[in-house]
Design a protein around this ligand. Sequence first.
Ligand code: SF4
Length: 169
Amino acid sequence: MKTVLLHTCCGPCGFSATKFLSDRFDIKYYWYNPNIQPFQEYEKRLNVARQLFSLVIDDYAEKEWLSAVKDIADNKNERCIRCYRVRLTKTAKRAKELKTDFFTTTLLISPYQHHDVIKEMAEEIASTVGLGFYYYDGRPDFYKNYNEFKKTGFYTQKYCGCLFGKNEK
Ligand code: SF4
């Protein structure tokens, strides 16, 4: 079976992505989410993901993430696009180091993200890094899977990740 490194943004999306990927891949779950603020919230989400998956975890590099977005923090679209790039680039590099066949991301689950941008960006990063990106569209089952996840009783977050986004809600 081929292997995929799945950038996992949170427990609910990891739960949903697993349904799309587990028939095709041996999944390695990867945690790199320096966009989650404040740190207490980061810990809560990581704690859920840790209980569900065996994770490869990279550090909470909040300063690097902030330096990538701070000049356009008020521009939601541009900020999110840069946020994707930070996380997808690191995921692709990690996948290369870990020698998985592909990388992908749970961001493809959400109808609230810029799905087509993520796909195009990940394909571009994949060709730069020299590794396959696995595309899937998890949006049609988003609510069904989310409701199923809620029945587990695990914590579910109320906003995307950063405080900029939280304040915009
Ligand atoms: S709203 Fe979400 S995707 Fe956009 S910058 Fe914040 S954490 Fe990243």
